[in-house]
Design a protein around this ligand. Structure first.
Ligand code: PLP
Length: 387
C-alpha cells in the first residue's frame, strides 16, 4: 500500500505493546502485576466526576470554542500562573483533549521541514514521533544517571546548530522521575534567548514532587515567556486520563495558530469534560497532596526493594511516579530483561529502550499501583534474580 511517508516511522508506545503481551499471558490464566502503564490507579476525585455528571445532565454536551471555554481558560491562566509565580492571560491558554495535542500542534505550528528539534532521551516517545511528522529532525540529548537524569548540558551545547528550532524539556520526567535543576534551566534558557529558539516545556508531572523538591518552569526565567510553550494537563494530577483534558500556555500569536489546528482536527474538547476541569482546579487541592504522599510511600518501598536485588541499582526519583533502575550488570539487553521478568516473574514493566536508545541498560516501573501489589512484584522479581 502507498501510505504517506510521514507514517512510515510510526510505532506504538512501548507501554501499549507490553500491556498487550501481559494480557495474552492473563488470557492463559497467569496473574500479572501491571507496572507498565503510566496512569494513576485511584479514581478521579468524586467532586470532579460529579461536576462532569452535572454538566451532562444540564445539557453541556455541545461544541465549545476550539481553544476551550472562556471560563476554563480563565481558571487555567489564574491557577497555572499562581503555581509558577507568573501571570498569564486567558488568550494564552489553549485547552485540548488530553495534553498530547498541546505537544503535537505547537510542534506543527513551529517546525519546518529540516528544522532540528532537541529532546530528552530517554523521553516520552511522542516527542520523536511528532518531530518526524512535522518534518523536523530529532536530535536526542542523553539524560544521564550520574547527572540525576537532568539534561547532559555538555552534549546539549554540542548538539545546538543553526538549524535548531525547538527544545523540548520534561521535568519531572517520564521515564526517569528526574527534575531539571534551576541552574541547568538557566543554561538552556540562555541558549534559547541568545539564539532565538522556542522551548516546549512538558510539565504534566509538575504537581507530583517529593522531598520539598521544586520544579521550576523555564517560562518563568528572564526572556523565556515569549518563547515557551508550557504543556500541562489533568490526566496525572487529578487521575483524569480517560476524560482527555489538557492545556498549553504560550504567546497569544502561537495560541491562535494552535487554536486553528485544533479547529480543523479535533474541533473542540468535550464541553462536560471542561466543566469537570474547572472543578478540578477550583475544588479542594488537599486530595492531590494526599495522593502524592501515598506515591511517596510507594516510591520509598520500590526503591529500597530494587536496591536489595543483585545486579540492580536504583536512584530515588524526585518526581512523577516512575523508577528507572539500572540493570546494566544483568545478562541481556533491556528488552530481553523486561520480557524475562514478565514471563518468569509475572511483572509487566518496560525496557528503558521504549524511551529511546539512551534508555539501554535500564527498566521503567510505574509505582501507580497499590502497596501490596508493589511488594508482591518486588518479591517475585527478587526471587527470580536470586535464583
Ligand atoms: N507528557 C508526558 C511526559 C506523559 O507521560 C504523558 C502521558 O503519559 C503525556 C504527556 C500525555 O498526557 P495526556 O494523557 O493528558 O495526553
Amino acid at each position: 500500500m502507498n501510505y504517506a511517508k510521514r507514517t512510515h516511522h510510526l510505532v506504538s508506545e512501548g507501554a501499549y505493546q507490553v500491556l498487550a503481551k501481559a494480557q495474552e499471558l492473563e488470557a492463559q490464566g497467569r496473574n500479572i502485576i501491571h507496572l507498565e502503564i503510566g496512569q494513576p490507579d485511584f479514581e478521579t476525585f468524586p467532586n470532579i466526576s460529579q461536576a462532569g455528571i452535572n454538566a451532562i445532565q444540564n445539557g453541556y454536551t455541545r461544541y465549545t470554542p476550539p481553544a476551550g471555554m472562556k471560563s476554563l481558560r480563565e481558571v487555567i491562566s489564574r491557577e497555572a500562573g499562581k503555581q509558577r509565580g507568573m501571570e498569564f492571560a486567558p488568550d494564552q491558554v489553549v485547552v485540548s483533549p488530553g495534553a498530547k495535542p498541546n505537544l503535537f500542534f505547537p510542534t506543527m505550528a513551529l517546525v519546518e521541514k529540516g528544522d532540528e528539534v532537541i529532546y530528552p532521551n530517554p523521553g516520552f516517545p511522542t516527542y520523536e514521533a511528532m518531530i518526524r511528522i512535522a518534518g523536523g529532525i530529532p536530535v536526542p540529548v542523553p539524560l544521564l544517571e550520574n547527572n540525576q537524569f537532568s539534561f547532559d548540558l555538555k552534549a546539549f551545547d554540542k548538539l545546538l546548530s543553526d538549524r535548531t528550532k525547538l527544545i523540548i524539556l520534561n521535568s519531572p520526567s517520564n521515564p526517569t522521575g528526574g527534575i531539571i535543576p534551576k541552574d541547568d534551566l538557566e543554561h538552556i534558557a540562555q541558549a534559547a534567548v541568545d539564539n532565538n529558539y522556542w522551548v516546549l516545556s512538558d510539565e504534566i508531572y509538575t504537581r507530583i514532587l517529593y522531598d520539598q523538591n521544586k520544579a521550576v518552569s523555564i517560562a518563568s526565567l528572564p526572556g523565556m515567556a515569549e518563547r515557551t510553550i508550557i504543556m500541562d494537563g489533568f490526566s496525572k494530577t487529578y487521575a483524569m486520563t480517560g476524560w482527555r483534558l489538557g492545556f498549553g500556555i504560550m504567546p497569544p500569536g502561537l495560541a491562535e495558530k494552535v487554536g486553528l489546528l485544533l479547529t480543523h482536527s479535533v474541533g473542540s474538547t468535550a464541553q462536560f469534560t471542561q466543566f469537570a476541569g474547572i472543578e478540578a482546579l477550583t475544588g479542594p487541592q488537599d486530595q492531590v497532596d494526599q495522593v502524592v504522599a501515598e506515591y511517596k510511600i510507594r516510591r520509598d518501598l520500590i526503591v529500597a526493594g530494587l536496591n536489595q536485588m543483585p545486579g540492580v541499582s536504583c536512584q530515588k526519583p524526585q518526581g512523577a511516579f516512575y523508577v528507572f533502575p539500572n540493570v546494566i550488570s544483568l545478562r541481556g539487553n533491556s528488552q530481553e530483561i523486561a520480557d524475562w521478568i514478565l514471563e518468569e516473574a509475572g511483572v509487566a514493566l518496560l525496557p528503558g529502550t521504549a524511551f529511546g536508545k539512551f534508555g539501554e541498560g535500564y527498566l521503567r516501573l510505574s509505582y501507580a499501583n497499590s502497596l501490596p501489589n508493589i511488594q508482591l512484584a518486588l518479591d517475585q522479581i527478587g526471587e527470580l534474580l536470586n535464583q
